[in-house]
Design a protein around this ligand. Structure first.
Ligand code: BTN
Length: 242
């Protein structure tokens, strides 16, 4: 039976290369579904599309959960950021939006990122979340200062509270049916109405289809983009939830 309770077992590291890499190694060694790996600090934090992920030590929730068995979960990339939004809203006075496919935004700035690394042939996936909990604005690298945000720097919630909220929300959203995931995503769609560009095109974001593809209105008609295919640049625009 699929384990959809996250946080048992829980392995916490003061420092590790990457919680995703750790969780993958533990999965290869037979760790059970539900395992969560966290760390105060990562020396080689990984982001999407080959980027690195940096967070000052002790100021972010650096989280990787093992989903095993994986089963059929075509909307997993959309369900995870919804869970992150709910967890954030449970511990801090914020309203979160999702930038397709799975960045979490507050007021148009990135609060959290998601990196899902699947091993479908072995029936598991690692769900990685980097959530800025108590990162002071001046601790972000200069090039990220306008684009990144944190749950708080004055009186932020504790990382432990954020962890507990995320364990619960992830368990709920991975059990949710597809219609609920699509509806929740649409209600938090931060890209809708905004001008976007990718290597090879551009247009106005127009929501998602039922398979979770991003719909874009372009001069030559509506296109549906898959998450793995494109690196998006977002321009000014109407914005969405948030
Ligand atoms: C992104 O937005 O590019 C995704 C960032 C995901 C970062 C988290 S931090 C915890 C986990 N371990 C990693 O190495 N990456 C994810």
């Amino acid at each position: 039976m699929t384990t959809l309770a996250f946080g048992r077992p829980h392995r916490h590291f003061r420092t590790t290369d990457s919680t995703n890499a750790r969780a993958k190694r533990l999965a290869e060694d037979g760790a059970p579904g539900g395992l969560v790996v966290t760390a105060d600090e990562q020396s080689a934090g990984r982001g999407r599309q080959g980027r690195t992920w940096f967070a000052p030590p002790g100021s972010a929730l650096l989280y990787s959960a093992l989903l095993r068995p994986l089963g059929q979960r075509p909307l997993l990339p959309l369900a995870v950021p919804i869970a992150v939004c709910e967890a954030c809203e449970a511990v801090a006075p914020v309203r979160c939006a999702v930038k397709w496919p799975n960045d979490v935004w507050v007021d148009g700035r990135k609060l959290a990122g998601v990196l899902i690394e699947g091993r479908p042939e072995e029936d598991w996936a690692v769900i990685g979340v980097g959530l800025n909990v108590a990162v002071p604005a001046d601790a972000f690298p200069p090039e990220l200062r306008d684009a990144a945000t944190s749950l708080g720097s004055g009186e932020p919630p504790s990382i432990a509270d954020a962890l507990e909220a995320l364990n619960g929300a992830l368990g709920r959203w991975l059990r949710a049916d597809g219609g609920d995931v699509l509806a929740a995503f649409r209600s938090r769609d931060g890209l809708r109405g905004r001008e976007i560009a990718w290597d090879g095109g551009g247009g106005t974001a127009a929501g998602i289809d039922d398979a979770g593809h991003l719909l874009v209105e372009t001069e030559s008609g509506t296109r549906a983009l898959g998450a793995g295919e494109v690196h998006l640049t977002v321009g000014p625009g109407a914005g969405g939830a948030g």
